[in-house]
Structures are given as C-alpha cells and as structure tokens.
Design a protein around this ligand. Structure first.
Ligand code: MG
Length: 456
C-alpha cells in the first residue's frame, strides 16, 4: 500500500515534498494507475510526459515512464517543458493523456504529478474519480510482449511557439517594429526553454536573469510582487519597457512596469483580457477569488463576466460551456481558447506585447486606466456548525449582497464595488476570508464585519 498521509492528492494531481512522502514508489503507483485509466479510455495508448526543471524531475520522470510502460502505454518524453507545452503536445500528438512532473510555483523541495486528459486539459472531478478506481484497486500490468515503448520528442517548444505566433489577432510585424526592450526572470524554471525564443521571434531586445533550467531557484519561485525585487532592479537598470516573470512551470505570468514596479498578478489577466476583448468581444470566465479589475474590463467591453469555482479545470470547463473568448485566474494565469484551454504564460506575454504595440502609453498607465482595488485575506477558526448553515445565515444577514454558493460563499456588492469570498481550507480547521474593495480600509472593515457575523 502507498502511504498518502504526507501527500496532497487532488483530482488532477498528487503533490509532496521530495523524500518526505513523495518517492519514486509513490510516483510510480500514481503513474501506473493513470496509465491504466487512459488505456481504458483511449484514444490509443500514447502518453506524453514532460517536466519542469526541478532537481528531482529526471528521477521522477524515469519512475513514471517505467510505470507507464509496465501497463502498456507508449511514452513520448518532451523533456523540460512548460506545463502548457506538455498539454499542447498531448493535443498535437493525439495522445491518450499526459503527465506533467512539476510542483508549479511551490518551493524547491516539492514536486508533483499532474494528470492531463486527451483534450490537453487537466482531469476534472469526474475523470479523477474514474482514475481513483485504479489507484485504490488492482492495476492491470502488461506481460513482456505488451510492454509500452519510449521515444523522445524535441519539437514541442517549436509547435507551442508556432501556435502562439498564429493567434489570429496577434500582429507579429507590428510588435517587431516596436523593438520592445524586455526584462525577463524565469527563476531557473522551464521558462528558459521557450521565453527567449518567443521574445526573439517578436523582435524584442532581452535582458534576462535566471534562464538556466537547473531548478536551483534563487528565490521563492511564486511570481508574486514581493518575490520580484531582482526583476524590478533589472528593469530600472536597463530601462526596459516591461518585465516578465514566470513560475517554474510557465503557466503564470507576472508583470513589472517600466517604472520598475511589480504591478501585481491580477493585472496580467485584466490587461490580456482588455486586449482580447477589443478584437473578440465575448464572455469572460474567471474564478470566484479573482479581482474585480476583470469585472471592470468586461463591463467596459460590454460583455458578461462569469465566475467558476477555484481551480484551473473549473475555469477551463466553464469557458467551454460559455464559449468564452478569454479567461483565467487572477494569479497571472491567462487562458486563450485560440491556443488552448489552459493557463499559458508565453501566451499571456504575447498578448501584453500586442497591447503595448497597439498603444502609445506605457504599461503603468494602461494598468492605472483599468483601476485599482485592495485585497485583504484573513484566516478565521472554522465554526462548529455545518458550513452550509453558516453560509445560509450569512447570506440572510446581508440581503443587499448577491450570494454565490458554487464554492464556499461569495457575497458581492456591485454598486459598492466590493466582494467577500469564504472557503474552508482543505488542510487546516480554518475558513479563509478574502475581501476586495476600492480601498484597504474598506476591504479590512468588510473582513471584520464578516468575522463578527460568523457564529462560534
Ligand atoms: Mg504553475
């Protein structure tokens, strides 16, 4: 039996600290179960595998590859790759599924497996439950005649680039003519495989740090503003037009303005959406915890904004349903269906450069035009009552707010341009409260109001 007590297991992946819970045996068990699941579903028996740059990556790729072969899957290894690049490879090769060996923005001691279905999207709750049957039961192994094979594919990055450069409203010549000066920080993650090539194709002059793909992250790898001091200094020193920072698996993009200030990840999706909606007005989808900046962008474009439960796959599925033209998450994860239904940092960077090319104003001014909000986050002790009853009581207590019960409770006051989202933690006996309002005082006072209204 596999001990999962030290692991974080979700429908679309398994994550843990290397050596403490996350071992080759664990990776092998999950990969074999995934392989058995995709073989039953098809189409075919090919599984794409790729990884970010973490030191533990090659070891886990070998364990996962052996496990996939043992159930009869043919493995195509794309090497160090952006997670969206692995997902695109699944689509391009018509594979039955894919595995990304990456712990995304988590610190250096973590690694993880993420499960990708034949569409190139992560497994959703239903698919994850189907796979669960193999995890908990007997995994059918192949005999010697039926073991899977293994090949390497070094074309994934080029195909990913080709797809981005073919975005219908991306005017490559117009961007190239501007000869943008870009500062870049890939945190020694997988971004070094694609970002320099993308920026070169778009005619940019690049000053970069941390392009090595050795996984020795020189700082906390999450691209939140407080981790981007080196990139801010690089922008100031070189006079760059914009700074791009990505996380180790290259699905989140964070921006530094020409003033050398990290403007916060919420602006990535807001700015990208503004550009996309100018060319293709249509519904926008994001999660319940994403900034109101996006409501303002959607409102200005005269299109609806639809909110889905937190989790990339929930946003992506909802985008399919709504036929959204753009969507994503406030953490810098932009999803453009023209390329594929997953967060993609190189796509986001191309959209931001197109926005700059269409404007004569700098990034700081474009961000300021959208607006500004303050978010305050707080943890409160989980009430003893069932949470459903707590949510009912809160919704009744604030009848002037619109209540959304898809994922915890979200209360929004459109006229006052503020909202609150309450969700239980999956790992601690607490409820997380996130509030956003035009000023910090208003957001903090909303947190206090909700805290006071919560039963013991
Ligand atoms: Mg990531």
């Amino acid at each position: 039996m596999i001990d999962t007590s030290q692991l974080m297991v979700s429908v679309s992946g398994v994550r843990g600290r290397v050596g403490e819970g996350l071992t080759p045996e664990v990776i092998s068990h999950f990969a074999a179960a995934f392989g058995a699941y995709v073989l039953r579903r098809g189409p075919g028996k090919t599984v794409v595998i790729g990884r970010d740059s973490r030191v533990s990556g090659p070891m886990f790729v070998r364990a996962a590859t052996a496990a996939l072969q043992s159930v009869g899957c043919d493995v195509v290894d794309v090497g160090i790759s952006a997670t969206p690049g692995v997902q695109l490879a699944v689509e391009d090769l018509g594979a039955a599924g894919g595995l990304a060996v990456t712990a995304s923005h988590n610190p250096i001691e973590w690694n993880a497996l993420k499960f990708i279905g034949p569409t190139g999207m992560f497994l959703d709750a239903e698919e994850g439950a189907e796979m669960r049957a193999f995890l908990d039961g007997e995994i059918p192994r192949a005999g010697w005649r039926d073991l899977g094979g293994r090949t390497e594919d070094d074309g994934a990055v080029q195909r990913h680039l080709d797809r981005i450069l073919a975005i219908p409203f991306l005017d490559v010549e117009r961007i190239r003519e501007r000869r943008f000066h870009v500062a870049l920080d890939c945190v020694r993650g997988a971004g070094g495989t694609i970002f320099p090539r993308l920026l070169e194709a778009l005619g940019c002059t690049v000053d970069a740090v941390n392009l090595e793909t050795d996984g020795l992250f020189p700082r906390e790898p999450e691209p939140v503003a407080e981790n981007l001091g080196e990139l801010e200094a690089l922008v100031r020193r070189t006079g760059a037009t914009v700074g791009f920072a990505t996380d180790p698996d290259v699905d989140r993009l964070s921006l530094v303005s020409e003033e050398g200030r990290a403007i916060g990840e919420d602006y990535t999706l807001a700015l990208a959406a503004r550009l996309v909606l100018a060319h293709r007005p249509g519904p926008v989808v994001t999660n319940l915890s994403t900034s109101r900046l996006l409501d303002d962008v959607a409102e200005a474009a005269g299109v609806p904004l639809v909110r889905a439960p937190v989790g990339e796959i929930n946003v992506a599925r909802r985008m399919q349903m709504e036929r959204a033209t753009v969507g994503g998450e406030g953490n810098g994860g932009v999803i453009l269906p023209d390329v594929h239904l997953t967060r993609d940092a190189p796509v986001a960077a191309a959209l931001v450069l197109q926005l700059l090319a269409e404007s004569d104003r700098p990034l700081s001014a474009l961000a300021a035009e959208i607006g500004r909000y303050e978010i305050v986050k707080e943890k409160v002790a989980r009430p003893r009552q069932p949470l459903d009853a707590v949510y009912e009581a809160l919704a009744a207590r604030f009848p002037d707010a619109e209540a959304d019960r898809q994922d915890g409770l979200r209360l929004s006051w459109h006229g006052e341009r503020k909202w609150a989202h309450l969700r239980p933690s999956g790992t601690e006996p607490i409820v997380r409260v996130i509030c956003e309002a035009p000023t910090r005082d208003e957001a903090a006072s909303l947190v206090e109001t909700l805290r006071a209204a919560l039963p013991e």
